[in-house]
Write a protein that binds this ligand. Sequence first.
Ligand code: GDP
Ligand code: MG
Length: 308
Amino acid sequence: MSDPINNAGTRSGFIAVVGAPNVGKSTLINHVVGTKVSIVSPKVQTTRTRVLGICMTGEGDNKAQVIFIDTPGIFEPRRRLDRAMVHAAWSGAGDADHVLLLVDAERGMDKNTRAIIERLTKTQRTVVLAINKIDLVNKPDLLGLTAKLQDTGVFSELFMISAEKGDGVAELLDHLAGLLPEGPLLFPEDQITDMPERHLAAEVTREQLYRKLHQELPYAATVETESWEDKKDGSIRIGQVVFVERDTQKAIVLGKGGHQIKAIGAAARAELETMFGAKVHLFIFVKVREKWGDDPDRYRDWDLDFNA
Ligand code: GDP
Ligand code: MG
């Protein structure tokens, strides 16, 4: 029996994951959550809005709920959409109990990472550092980078991880859990994200657009779930729209005889069926909306600040 007086209770709190685009923030969060809550791609700026990945760790009195805030990569903004994304990233960091900075072991201290560290030095909070993708570099290179990063004096702790392979991730998670304030769990134990299902479904299709189309196009495209119907037979009927900016882009998304959109739809449907554990009927329409990047409605849909 546990002593009621010494019962430490649970911990629960927010960790903002920040870093340059493409360092592996979403990969790490999906790994700890155990399923995909944030889309990942080799292209930069895949994550557009703030995404929560909720992860339970420990047992009994050591139980902790680590709520990761995945943020869009922080980079120098040019377009309105970029500015809104950077704003979302920094406000995610502001909302959190602690900040985890991810650095790409291979790219090291690039311009983006340097700028982020500079800004972090001005915040009076614990910043944990994780050097990711250690599977891609050899030890000597890693030591040089580690020394340079520690010289900044910003970090309370340093971890070396491979978010993709899982190396070092358990130790990092344990450490982060220990930093969180004691208190009741902020979300039900089995909840893994706060993203509405229709939004998650749109993200799954957007990821397939990134994967199947190799031109610049994916940045010019956005996906919205317009209809969702839970059928009596247990299946789900989902209607989505892919917005592009020009007719030529629409032609690329459709492909010859519609083969491209069929492949995108088939891949997205398969993933949605696994995600929701149900048969999915997915209907995707492609619409041209010139300048959707300047349309306030699109921003509201993603919880981005149009005027950032
Ligand atoms: P984000 O922009 O920071 O969210 O980065 P993503 O999670 O989207 O990852 C960007 C790319 O890096 C993807 O192609 C990932 O598969 C890859 N990646 C992430 N973590 C690792 C890792 O530990 N090792 C290797 N080799 N690749 C990784
Ligand atoms: Mg991401």
